[in-house]
Design a protein around this ligand. Structure first.
Ligand code: PMP
Length: 369
């Protein structure tokens, strides 16, 4: 069968290699997956069961059930984030797909701070638009110089992701204001993916979208209440865009899962303090383990990833050696134009993180000699 040419734009080999290996290795030390390691809270589960038993099993309105859309509106009013309308999607990934479909033409350029969440690059390329990486190494923060250097008259959109995957960077208020000023001066749109909002360890979360006039703000419940398999995300943004996304959803996803939408009415109110404290301890554990083993690494302010430099400078080679020791991590070239760093997810048990540190200590010695 001859597949569409655009299919060649999707390269999932980097991450798939790690997943395939995970299935083959006996008792792997899996620090590769960006998945909360706690289960959906009981009250959210109960809400889903109640929804099923109560007959909430049919199509919903295309843009989402009115009660959840109102909760999402309230969510952004409280956070002082400008928007005109809101939309419920099948996960944040579903939301990203619809935003890109509604917004991007072939040839449009999208500024993507590098390193980036892998889906952004894949989807943008799939639509024939162009990913323009914005260099953020070595500290993963935005600079006006890097943004200006990446901009061309074809630039349509800037993507922001704070706290960020894979670096764990958290943008400062100053940095967000600078990015907003830049976007405004160039007349480009901004999409802010704020899915790791609950996981900021050093300071309160500063939503980048707060500083833009008409941001496209994306969030969801996969990372907060662990509903990864239920597929629930949302978008707040300009009415014209939400209307366009609703038109596309009508002919594709139809609606976000009804049961997940009902459960989200409860999930959206969950207090994340305990989970945040827990992740912070794990962040400290892995950061201290890495630094005392001699790794060059930035302390991440949020999310549940850390992105150290690979000793020897070749991350793919380093990750192969890690995998030979049963340690599953992801080489940076999956998320970046560079192959210098590797991603560790510390959304894992303390015991798994400690086993991982042991291997990393061994590898540091091996790669130093
Ligand atoms: N954005 C970022 C930055 C992510 O890391 C992820 C999940 N890995 C998502 C979006 C997708 O989440 P969802 O399950 O809501 O599609």
């Amino acid at each position: 069968m001859k597949l569409a040419q655009r299919q060649s734009m999707i390269d999932s080999s980097g991450i798939r290699k790690v997943f395939d290996l995970a299935a083959k290795i006996d008792n792997p030390i899996n620090l590769s997956i960006g998945l909360p390691d706690f289960d959906v809270p009981d009250d959210v589960k109960d809400a889903a069961i109640k929804a099923i038993k109560g007959g909430k099993n049919r199509y919903t309105l295309t843009a989402g059930i009115p009660a959840l859309r109102e909760e999402v509106r309230e969510y952004y009013r409280k956070r002082n984030i400008p928007f005109e309308d809101v939309f419920i999607a099948s996960g944040t990934s579903g939301a990203l797909m619809l935003v890109f479909l509604a917004l991007l033409d072939p040839g449009d350029e999208v500024l993507v701070p590098d390193p980036y969440f892998v889906i952004y690059a894949a989807l943008i390329k799939y639509l024939g638009a162009k990913v323009v990486p914005v260099n953020t190494y070595p500290d993963f923060h935005l600079t006006r110089e890097a943004l200006e250097a990446a901009w061309t008259p074809k630039t349509k959109l800037l993507i922001l992701n704070s706290p960020g995957n894979p670096s764990g960077v958290v943008y400062s208020e100053e940095e967000c204001r600078m990015a907003a000023e830049f976007a405004e001066s160039k007349g480009i749109e901004v999409l802010s993916d704020e899915i790791y909002e609950p996981f900021c360890y050093e300071s309160d979360f500063v939503p980048p979208s707060r500083f833009f006039k008409a941001p496209i703000t994306i969030n969801g419940l996969s990372k907060s209440v662990s509903m990864t398999g239920w597929r629930l995300g949302w978008v707040a943004g300009p009415a014209k865009l939400i209307k366009a996304m609703t038109d596309v959803q009508q002919y594709t996803f139809v609606c976000a899962p009804s049961i997940a939408q009902e459960a989200a009415l409860v999930g959206i109110h969950h207090d994340m303090t305990a989970a945040r404290e827990d992740y912070k301890k794990r962040r400290d554990l892995i950061y201290n383990g890495l630094t005392s083993a001699g790794y060059r690494v930035r302390k991440p302010g949020g999310a549940f990833y850390i992105f150290p430099e690979a000793p020897g400078g070749d991350a793919a080679k380093f990750v192969d050696a890690a995998i030979a020791n049963k340690l599953l991590i992801v080489p940076g070239n999956v998320f970046s134009t560079r192959n210098t760093n590797f991603r560790i997810s510390y959304a894992a048990s303390r015991e798994t993180i400690l086993r991982g540190i042991e291997v990393l200590e061994k590898l540091a010695k091996q790669f130093a000699s």
